[in-house]
Design a binder for this molecule. Structure first.
Ligand code: NAI
Length: 519
């Protein structure tokens, strides 16, 4: 067997009889090793190693990709846009701490590395950028567009956001002033009343209708043609909406949801209308806010159309810390007994969340993030036992986008002792969320180019339409119906990295390093 050389962009090649490189694809034969468990009549578990053989193939050609943001004129939308322009043009700007240059810090794909393996001679780890494991698109190449209910151009919206240094803003101002969000749909009941004064860029109509779905689909198609794109990925980074009630006959099935939209039912939210339009247009749609955009009917519609969806709620600051820290505490055998989380923030997101129904969406999304870790530890917690957990959010205009997150973790340790951990986390909100928006687009895009089949099958197909692989970036990960939710941050990252590795025929990273322990 002779390995076909990697393309000139690839920084490594896998030399294995299970991996084939063609001009257009990387094909791998992959043995997925798991452990199947049954409980015998005597109550004892029997664990049996199991092997499943899969074929994966990855399309190597990086497509010209568009990213359309709903809420483009908001803090996240303007920050991520300016950030990509700054990187694309290699900008450097003065700050009082000296010059700063564009980077992608905070993006797991652009800013972190993966251990490829062990150097054959020195026996040291060889690490490569995460971005180079698969033939991903580069964020600098994204064409950016989107919608906003506020018609300000992006340069003016950048000023309104009050996130970036004036010296950086000055350098992107001209280009961003040419960018104007498309009009959007606004159903006032779904976001806080205090948002009304910015809603001046609207598609007529104040409740769901087929015309709205059609208009959004047309916008996506137009954006694609105007920019000569191969594909478009859409993300909701607009205001947090209230939860929609799940009503039988309205949003419980795909068919009912489409009918409800046609009939102008009041319980269909703008974000669900966007999701439906994207699903029908086969443009992947990711929800970066906490509301239940993906009502059961939307999930069913996505799977019927094999269209990718992902959500919910960017995991940038407090919750990211929580999903790492709680994982550590409970895995260390320490019994966490309460978590008290307080936030105050002064940006428009905070203003919107000062309204009770929108806060409730956030509260729900922030509350379930430790469930899997608690449930998994049957030594520390009895069935149904749970740490106390409370989440408070207050609007404090003065701190702007620099959200304060104060957390107290209270735990029981050896022989009735206690450990108390207090965290004061200043989360520069939009600067933490923007790299996640980029990661979500990059991972979602490559998922559209990965196909799999059971080794004995003829046909290749895509992953399930609900992209749970995006969980690392999201607070309340959406998973295929009936499948478990993983919140533990380390597990989420391992899933992402090991699925990428499998696609190029590499074993999961086990961290056993037996080569340094057995001589
Ligand atoms: P923002 O309030 O600055 O931006 C939201 C934008 O959406 C506004 O420009 C608004 O005019 C627009 N908008 C509202 N309804 C719309 C609609 N129906 N169609 C089109 N545009 C619409 O908020 P920010 O800080 O950018 O956050 C955006 C969302 O991301 C919020 O829901 C927030 O909860 C969520 N999020 C943000 C995180 C962060 O760290 N920044 C973390 C987790 C979630």
């Amino acid at each position: 067997h002779t390995p076909v050389p990697a393309g000139k962009e690839d920084i490594f090649v896998v030399d294995s009889p299970n991996v084939i490189y063609t001009d257009s694809e990387i094909q791998s034969k992959y043995t997925y090793r798991t452990t199947s468990v049954v409980r015998g009549a005597d109550g004892k578990y029997v664990a049996t190693p199991k092997e499943t053989l899969y074929d994966f193939k990855v399309d190597r050609k990086t497509p010209k990709t568009g990213m359309m943001l709903v809420g483009w004129g908001g803090n996240n939308g303007t920050t991520v846009t300016a950030g990509i322009l700054a990187n694309r043009r290699g900008l450097v700007w003065e700050t009082r701490e000296g010059p700063r240059a564009a980077n992608y810090y905070g993006s797991v794909l652009m800013g972190s590395t993966m251990k490829l393996g062990t150097d054959a001679h020195t026996m040291q780890d060889v690490n490569i950028p995460f971005h180079d494991v698969l033939p991903l698109i580069h964020p600098n190449d994204l064409v950016i567009g989107g919608w906003d209910i506020s018609g300000l151009n992006l340069a003016a919206a950048l000023d309104r956001a009050a996130v970036l240094e004036p010296t950086l803003k000055a350098q992107v101002k001209k280009e961003m002033s040419q960018m104007v969000p498309l009009p959007s749909i606004y159903y006032p009941d779904f976001i806080a009343a205090n948002q009304e004064d910015r809603a001046d860029n609207l598609i007529p109509g104040d409740k769901a209708c087929l015309a709205h779905v059609e208009k959004i689909r047309q916008d996506i198609r137009d954006f694609k043609t105007q920019n000569n794109l191969d594909k478009v990925i859409v993300q909701w980074t607009a205001n947090t909406e209230r939860f929609a009630d799940i009503l039988p006959g309205v949003n419980d099935t795909a068919e009912n949801l489409l009918k409800a939209i046609e009939n102008g039912h009041e319980e269909v939210s703008p974000s669900t209308v966007f999701a439906v339009a994207c699903i029908l247009e086969n443009a992947p749609f990711i929800n970066g806010s906490p509301q239940n955009t993906f009502v059961p009917g939307a999930i069913e519609l996505a799977s019927k159309h094999n269209s990718f969806i992902g959500g919910d709620d960017f995991k940038s600051g407090q919750t990211k810390m929580k999903s790492a820290l709680v994982d550590f505490l409970i895995s260390a055998g320490i019994k966490l007994t309460s978590i008290a989380s307080y936030n105050h923030l002064g940006n428009n997101d905070g203003k919107n969340l000062s309204s009770q129904r929108q806060f409730r969406s956030k509260e729900i999304s922030k509350s379930n993030v430790v469930d899997d870790m608690v449930e998994a530890n049957t030594v520390l917690y009895k069935k149904g036992e749970h740490p106390d957990h409370t989440v408070v959010i207050k609007y404090m205009p003065a701190v702007g986008d620099n959200k304060r997150a104060l957390d107290e973790y209270y735990a029981e340790i050896f022989l009735g002792g206690h450990q108390t951990i207090s965290i004061f986390n200043v989360c520069e909100d939009s600067l933490l969320a923007s790299p996640l928006i980029i990661d979500l687009v990059l991972v979602t895009e490559i998922m559209t180019r990965i196909q799999w089949r059971a080794h004995t099958d003829d046909e290749f197909k895509g992953f399930h339409s609900v992209l749970s692989i995006l969980s690392y970036m999201l607070k309340a990960p959406l998973t295929p119906p009936g499948t478990p939710v993983i919140n533990a941050l380390a597990k989420q990252r391992a899933a992402l990295i090991n699925i990428f590795r499998a696609c190029v025929g590499l074993e999961p990273e086990s961290d056993m390093t037996l080569e340094h322990k057995l001589f």
